[in-house]
Design a protein around this ligand. Structure first.
Ligand SMILES: [Zn+2]
Ligand SMILES: [Zn+2]
Length: 55
């Protein structure tokens, strides 16, 4: 079975669900516990970013 192509992207490890397809960005959401921290590299295909979420 062929899996969906997983494109490298970057996502916030906090709860703001911020993400970037290009260069890693820094979270700027006031409500997010990871504000000011860089997005983490992720390879998910479903936009859930489970591999970067710590909780
Ligand atoms: Zn965030
Ligand atoms: Zn992801």
């Amino acid at each position: 079975m062929q899996t969906e192509e997983q494109k490298t992207h970057y996502a916030c490890a906090g709860e703001c669900s911020g993400s970037s397809d290009g260069a890693p960005e820094t979270c700027g959401s006031d409500a997010c516990s990871k504000k000011g921290q860089k997005f983490v590299e992720c390879h998910c295909a479903d936009s859930a970013h489970k591999e970067v979420k710590t909780s």
